[in-house]
Design a protein around this ligand. Structure first.
Ligand SMILES: NC(=O)c1ccc[n+]([C@@H]2O[C@H](COP(=O)([O-])OP(=O)(O)OC[C@H]3O[C@@H](n4cnc5c(N)ncnc54)[C@H](OP(=O)(O)O)[C@@H]3O)[C@@H](O)[C@H]2O)c1
Length: 315
C-alpha cells in the first residue's frame, strides 16, 4: 500500500473498522475513503456499483458486517445471515470488477466447529457442527471465506480472509441487547457501581473460556497481512491465551471498582465451551499482540466512563 493509494475502510464507525482507519491515518495514508451506512448501504448492489465505479478503491478492508453478541445472534438470525451474505458478496464481487488491487475480508472465530480441538487451527474449518446460537452468522462468514477463495481461484483476485478472536476496545457496542460479553460486563459493573447495587448478574455459568484482542492490535495485524500476506489459506488473529468468563468478570469488576457481589445465571446460554485460536501462522509472519488485557480493558473502561459522563452532563 502506497501513501497515494485509495483505501476503502468499509465499516469505519465500527469497533474494528475505526481502529483500522486510525491505524492507516497514523501511518500517513491520506486517501482513506469512508462511507456511513446511510450514505452507502452495502446490502444494495446498485449503491455498491455506483460507489466502486466512482471511487475505484485500490485497497479494501471489509470490516462492515452485521455483528452482535449471543442474544442478538440467536434472536435476529435471519438478519445476520441475510445482511452479511449481501454485504460481503456485493463488496468482494464489485471490488474485483472495478480493479481493486487487494481486499481483506474479516471473518470471525465462530466459523470453527463448536467442539474443535483447542487451540483452533485454521485447518479445522468445516470439520464439524457449529455452535447453534450463532450458526446463521457463522455460515454467512464461511460463505465469505469461500467467496474470497473462489475469486482468487477463478479470477486470480488477490483477496485474503482473516479470522479474529473476540475484539474489544474504543467504539465498542455497550448496548446490553446486542453487545458482546466484555463490553456488556463493563456496562453492568459500571451501572452497579454508580447505583451502589448489592450484586451484578453475569450471564451463564462463568466456565466458558474466551480469548480477547484489543482492536488496535487487530488493526495492526490486518495492516501487516494486507501488506505482506497473499495466500489462499485463512489466517487466525488472536493473542494466544484465554481466560474463563468468571476470571474476565473478576478482572472487569476490579478495574471498574464495583464493590458488591457477582452472581452467575446458569439459565442463560454459555455458547461454545472454549474458543482459543492457534496463532502460530500469524506468529510465523513475525506478528504478536502487544496490548495486555488488563491495560486494554482499563483504557476501554476510561473511554466508556467518559462517554457516560458526557451524555449525562448533556441531559
Ligand atoms: N467485534 C468482535 O468481537 C469481532 C470478532 C471477530 C470478528 N469480527 C469481525 O470484524 C468485522 C467488524 O466487526 P465490528 O465489531 O467492528 O462491528 P461493528 O462495531 O458492529 O461495526 C460494523 C460496521 O459495519 C457497518 N455496517 C453494518 N451494516 C452495514 C450496511 N448494510 N451497509 C454499510 N455499512 C454497514 C456499520 O456502519 P454504521 O456505523 O454506519 O452503522 C459499522 O460501521 C465484522 O466482519 C466481524 O465479523 C468482530
Amino acid at each position: 500500500m502506497n501513501k497515494a493509494d485509495r483505501i476503502f475502510v468499509a465499516g469505519h464507525r465500527g469497533l474494528v473498522g475505526s481502529a483500522i482507519a486510525r491505524r492507516l491515518a497514523a501511518d500517513g495514508h491520506d486517501h482513506i475513503v469512508v462511507r456511513t451506512r446511510d450514505e452507502l448501504d452495502l446490502r444494495r448492489q446498485d449503491a455498491v456499483d455506483r460507489f466502486f465505479d466512482e471511487v475505484r478503491p485500490d485497497y479494501v478492508f471489509l470490516a462492515a458486517a452485521k455483528v452482535g453478541g449471543i442474544l442478538a445472534n440467536d434472536t435476529l438470525c435471519a438478519d445476520f445471515i441475510r445482511d452479511n451474505l449481501l454485504i460481503q458478496t456485493h463488496v468482494i464481487a464489485t471490488a474485483h470488477r472495478t480493479g481493486t488491487k487487494k481486499l481483506l475480508f474479516l471473518g470471525s472465530s465462530c466459523i470453527y466447529p463448536r467442539n474443535a480441538p483447542q487451540p483452533m487451527k485454521e485447518e479445522c474449518l468445516l470439520t464439524g457442527p457449529l455452535e447453534p446460537t450463532n450458526q446463521a452468522y457463522a455460515i454467512a462468514k464461511i460463505a465469505g471465506i469461500e467467496t474470497v477463495r473462489a475469486y482468487r481461484r477463478q479470477f486470480g483476485f488477490p483477496a485474503i480472509s482473516v479470522m479474529p478472536t473476540n475484539v474489544y476496545g474504543p467504539h465498542d457496542n455497550f448496548d446490553l441487547q446486542s453487545s458482546h460479553v466484555l463490553p456488556a460486563l463493563i456496562r453492568k459493573f459500571h451501572e452497579g457501581k454508580t447505583a451502589n447495587a448489592p450484586e451484578v448478574v453475569v450471564w451463564g455459568s462463568g466456565t466458558p473460556r474466551r480469548e480477547f484482542i484489543h482492536a488496535d492490535d487487530l488493526a495492526d495485524a490486518c495492516v501487516l497481512l494486507m501488506q505482506q500476506y497473499d495466500g489462499d489459506s485463512i489466517v487466525n488473529i488472536g493473542v494466544g491465551e484465554d481466560l474463563t468468563i468468571r476470571e474476565l468478570a473478576e478482572l472487569i469488576r476490579d478495574i471498574v471498582g464495583f464493590r458488591g457481589t457477582m452472581r452467575f445465571d446458569p439459565t442463560k446460554p454459555d455458547g461454545t465451551p472454549r474458543k482459543l485460536l492457534d496463532v502460530s501462522r500469524l506468529h510465523a509472519l513475525g506478528w504478536r499482540a502487544k496490548i495486555p488485557l488488563r491495560e486494554g480493558i482499563a483504557r476501554t473502561y476510561d473511554g466508556f466512563a467518559a462517554r457516560v459522563d458526557r451524555s449525562s452532563s448533556q441531559l
